[in-house]
Design a protein around this ligand. Sequence first.
Ligand code: RTP
Ligand code: MG
Length: 140
Amino acid sequence: MALERTFSIVKPDATRRNLTGAVNAKLEAAGLRIIAQKRIQLTQAQAEAFYGVHAARPFFNDLVSFMISGPVVVQVLEGENAVLKNRDVMGATNPKDAAEGTIRKEFAESIEANSVHGSDSAENAANEIKFFFSDIEIVS
Ligand code: RTP
Ligand code: MG
């Protein structure tokens, strides 16, 4: 299978606990290559736009507040089957349901403060990458 790209965020609960490197080690061990990465502070407008698909959900306001509560590390990951591979290594949204060895099982604090975001389809990955990165920032 050809190389695929996906978009990832190390969320504020993980950057706060200095776990960026630990998360990256899990991603790399799973066969994903970090081909772009930057640490940024999301604005409220950016967080609302990024999670716009969840605007009607009861947890939306809390989610936006959480995502702007500290720095995040946004990343482009590359690998075979990268979208699914990343979802696998992330684990279930709720760490209580996450499989052993996954990032969320090991590091997540709660269903909201769950350490990482990962695109859920190749199409969303392309849009999310474009939201945060220009072409010259991505080096595969
Ligand atoms: P993500 O988009 O961040 O990769 O996570 P996901 O696909 O596993 O989960 P999704 O359903 O897309 O939800 C997005 C994020 O919203 C927060 N959330 N809070 N309080 C709640 O019930 C609740 N449910 C979801 C989590 O931070 C989740 O990752
Ligand atoms: Mg999602």
